[in-house]
Design a protein around this ligand. Structure first.
Ligand SMILES: Cc1ncc(C[n+]2csc(CCOP(=O)(O)OP(=O)(O)O)c2C)c(N)n1
Ligand SMILES: [Mg+2]
Length: 567
């Protein structure tokens, strides 16, 4: 077995990934992984994005795959490098994002004998991956070349097929790791650039039989990976007069039936009680909103969950029917069918409350820069060609409550599989790399500090990103939780103020930095930078305690307003 064997096999493997449709790969440096890295880089149809830090590489790949809906490969060297991909692999598993992880490893004779940079990489990510495969150390023959082509196809289609998710191939690589001769040609691929193995997903059956929902229906739409299904769902709800409680991640916050302020409406026991539906149809992942989750948990009505992969998301154990289908298939089955919403008052009651709450929320925010005002304003300013990548913690919650319904609003993405604050900067850059159009990242200061190394993508990879940083010097979310009362340790160990001056981070990583003081200045900065070619951090300074008080005032105002039309 020579370096030529290694490189011939890896060239066939990468060629096959490209034939299947792989467009992006992330590399991280090392000696052992050099054959994989070089083979990816030399495959002209794959855009290889170089990273220093494997954790960033993993999350960048995740963002690119989430944005494009296609598998993205990520490779790294042996040892703890591979372990640094674990957070992104776990997020990909939970969020159903297709990743192809290619780790380099020592060959068998160098394992468990004290060789450097060697850890046990077999099944390193446990159950988080859909498929693990230990690749052998082979010579390149027509048979092994054909086999490795099928291996690439299997990796690609396994990652892509429902539910999408990460796969892990561990490649033992024997020295020499660098070629000293040119590679002979390879004619083991199929003619016409076809993949060695094509893959047909099962033809989607439109669910049939059973009773169609009727009467007082609500639709709860959560994060959806089909980026156009949400709009169709919104159109259907509007035609059928069904209130549509749409998380921004569903892509369905449009149309005359959308109820955007469910998070605050359902905090009101009177409203929640008076608006109990007879049927709930749930599509996508469960939204973040606690009041919505609690309301769904307390309903004794029929709840139907639609999921393209048949995944059981139901922490409260209240779903009584599962439909294994995509949202579009559901819509096909319902269109033209007897969907009989109750009297028009059903939607009208929700509509009036939602409008009243929305107006009250907006009024209570006034025109001073604040965290919720930024979330609301980005929803108003960004256009449909823009992607708003939202970090976990308060940004995703503020977007859920304050992002207005709009026909031509931005696409909203977030890492909500495992709700981590890690890797968010890298994921947003990954989305930008995968052609998301202009990307705006809305992120808190702790999350930015956590993935500050992700900023390197701005200069090294030449990717533009507008980062709207909500800097409240710590984890503002914890002020909303009972732990805020533990005054001996709260500030230092839970809120974790850091006093970082992010203008220095911007300077270190070659990003522009702005600190607007008014909504007008913020708007100017966002509009200038989203169509530019540089990365800018736009910092909005806020105060955690004031932020809590503002949220409380806004919710009180909204709840007071919804009682006016009811009275
Ligand atoms: C990787 C990871 N570590 C810790 C947490 C717990 N956590 C949730 S929110 C949060 C604070 C986030 O602070 P920041 O990004 O500033 O947002 P803010 O709460 O101020 O809106 C932390 C540490 C997490 N979700 N993920
Ligand atoms: Mg913060």
């Amino acid at each position: 077995m020579t370096a030529t064997d290694t490189y011939r096999l890896l060239r066939a493997f990468c060629d096959e990934l490209a034939r299947c449709g792989l467009q992006h790969a992330c590399t991280a440096p090392g000696s052992r992984c050099a054959p994989i890295v070089l083979s990816l880089v030399r495959q002209p149809r794959i855009h290889s994005w170089s990273h220093l830090d494997e954790r960033c590489a993993g999350f960048f790949a995740l963002g690119a795959a989430k944005c494009s809906g296609r598998p993205v490969a990520v490779t790294c060297t042996s040892g703890t490098a591979a372990a640094n991909l674990a957070p992104a692999v776990i997020e990909a598993a939970h969020a159903r994002v297709p990743l192809i992880v290619l780790t380099a490893d020592r060959p068998p004779e160098l394992r468990e004998v004290g060789a450097g940079q060697t850890i046990d990489q077999v099944k390193l990510y446990g159950d988080a991956v859909k498929w693990f495969f230990e690749v052998g150390v082979d010579t390149a023959t027509p048979e092994t070349l054909r086999w490795i082509r099928t291996l690439a196809c299997r990796a690609y289609w396994t990652a892509a097929d429902g539910p999408p998710g990460p796969v892990h191939l561990n490649f033992p690589l024997r020295e020499p790791l660098i070629l000293d001769e040119s590679l002979p040609g390879d004619d083991t691929g199929r003619d016409g650039d076809r993949p060695y193995v094509t893959f047909d997903a099962p033809v989607e059956e439109v669910p049939s039989g059973g009773r169609h929902p009727f009467g007082r229906i609500v639709i709860v739409a959560g994060a959806e990976r089909d980026r156009f299904a949400g709009r169709e769902l919104a159109g259907f709800a509007a035609r059928a007069g069904i209130p549509l409680l749409a998380d921004p991640l569903s892509g369905a916050r449009h149309g005359s039936a959308v109820i955007a302020r469910y998070d605050v409406l359902l905090r009101d026991p009177q409203f929640a009680g008076a608006h109990r539906p007879e049927f709930v149809i749930r599509t996508g992942d469960l939204p973040t909103s606690k009041p919505l989750r609690a309301w769904l948990a307390g309903l004794d009505t029929a709840q139907i969950a639609i999921d393209p992969d048949g995944i059981w998301h139901d922490p409260a154990a209240v779903v009584g029917m599962r439909v294994h289908a995509t949202t579009r298939a559901l819509l096909d089955s319902l269109t033209g069918a007897e969907v009989i919403p109750s009297a028009p008052e059903w939607l009208a009651g929700w509509r009036a409350a939602d409008d009243a709450a929305g107006a009250a929320l907006a009024r209570s925010l006034g025109d001073e820069l604040s965290e919720p005002l930024v979330a609301q304003s980005l929803g108003e300013w960004l256009d449909a060609g823009t992607t708003l990548y939202v970090a976990s913690s308060m940004p995703i919650r503020d977007v859920e409550l304050f992002l207005p319904a709009r026909e031509d609003g931005p696409r909203v993405l977030s890492n909500r599989g495992a709700n981590g604050i890690d890797g968010t900067v890298s994921s947003a850059f990954g989305a930008a790399a995968a052609g998301a159009g202009p990307v705006v990242l809305l992120i808190g200061d702790v999350a930015l500090a956590h993935d500050v190394g992700g900023l390197l993508a701005a200069r090294r990879l030449g990717l533009p990103l507008t980062i709207v940083l909500l800097n409240n010097d710590g984890g503002g979310i914890f002020h909303f939780l009972p732990v805020a009362g533990e005054s001996d340790a709260f500030e230092q160990h839970v809120a974790t103020p850091h006093g970082l001056d992010f203008s220095h981070a911007a300077a270190l990583y070659g990003c522009a930095f702005e600190r607007p003081r008014t909504p007008g200045e913020l708007r100017g900065a966002v509009e200038r930078t989203t169509h530019g070619d540089a990365t800018t951090i736009i910092e909005v300074r806020t105060d955690r305690v004031e932020n809590l008080a503002l949220h409380r005032r806004a919710a009180e105002a909204a709840l007071a307003a919804i009682h006016e039309p009811l009275m």
